[in-house]
Ligand binder design. Structure first.
Ligand code: FAD
Ligand code: FES
Length: 275
């Protein structure tokens, strides 16, 4: 799927808190329906460049859910305010407009496309990285792909999306401070699951902080289970022009995460390191 040429203004229809994060929705009258794993480059129309006196590039944000709207499609985003760009997106009010370019990047594939004989999916999300897994879980559900969902959060402040994006399915939780589910890392839950008899018939799909993705990659490699990882790196253009998002390939050379990713097969990554 190719992105519509150029950016377009989309209206904010909703913005509410979700745990320590925010969920906001845009009405996209022109764009195609995105696939799970794809992202958009977003910039608030007003007060984007003025705040902090620094010119902003648009910010890359994964689509977390989508649905029909009166005209076009509704796009839902889960966002954590960690700096001026995401902070501005967190405070968007209904009726405001956002410059949108996307959907961009590739998408997660179905288990049988990733690994012959694989029938089910294990979704492993950490922190704000749970966002793209919500749409992926729904798409797999619609295609009768068995899905198990493992989500981990540092603490209550750095968590969200559960009631909004994962309300309709069983989720196994882990938290580092023990406020919800298993006290420890979400990869503890994955390690236990991968020792089960049916682990080899699943593909693991993961998005989250680099250290978590590296643990997922290494666990899957050790158990001979295929995985797809949604990676992050700072992005300036989002469509292949600036090379700002380049990450090294194990065999040499570079991948541009915005066009070759953000979803990369685990065996194409030597080690996930912070961008
Ligand atoms: C494909 C993709 C999908 C994303 N999806 C989401 C999402 O669904 N929800 C969400 O809240 N965020 C998401 N992000 C992260 C988001 O784009 C960054 O947090 C945002 O650009 C930070 O901008 P800022 O102005 O708020 O903070 P800045 O001041 O620009 O950055 C704050 C700090 O975070 C670091 N940083 C910024 N961007 C990144 C990055 N991409 N990777 C690693 N470190 C970074 C900076 O070095 C700095 O230390 C995604 C990023 C990518 C590449
Ligand atoms: S963000 Fe510009 S090439 Fe990827």
């Amino acid at each position: 799927m190719s992105a519509p040429f150029g950016r377009r203004l989309c209206e904010v229809s909703e913005n509410h808190s979700s745990g320590g994060y925010r969920v906001f929705s845009l009405l996209d009258r022109e764009g195609p329906t995105p696939l799970p794993g794809q992202f958009y480059m977003l910039a608030a129309e007003d007060h984007w460049e003025q705040l902090g006196g620094r010119p902003f590039l648009p910010r890359a944000i994964s689509v977390a859910e989508t649905g029909p709207a009166a005209a076009g499609v509704r796009l839902d985003f889960l966002i954590e305010g960690i700096g001026p760009g995401t902070g501005r997106l967190c405070e968007l009010a209904p009726g405001e407009s956002v410059w949108v370019n996307g959907p961009l990047g590739n998408a997660f594939r179905e288990p049988r496309e990733v690994s012959a004989g694989a029938a089910g999916a294990i979704l492993v999300g950490g922190g704000i990285g749970v966002a793209p897994l919500a749409l992926l879980r729904r798409r797999f559900g619609e295609r009768n792909v068995p899905v198990r969902v493992l989500l981990g959060f540092r603490d209550a402040e750095h968590s969200g999306g559960l009631d909004d994006l994962f309300a309709c399915c069983e989720v196994r939780l882990a938290s580092e401070d023990g406020h919800a589910g298993h006290q420890g890392y979400v990869t503890d839950l994955l390690a236990a699951m991968l020792t089960g008899d049916d682990a080899g018939s699943a593909v693991v799909y993961s998005c989250g902080p680099a250290a978590m993705l590296e643990a997922v990659r290494a666990l899957c490699a050790a158990h001979g289970v295929a995985c797809e990882l949604a990676l992050e790196s700072p992005m300036a253009c989002g469509y292949g022009a600036c090379f700002g998002c380049a990450v090294p390939k194990p065999e040499g050379g570079y991948l541009r995460l915005c066009v070759d990713g953000p979803v990369i097969a685990g065996d194409r990554v030597a080690e996930v390191t912070h961008a």
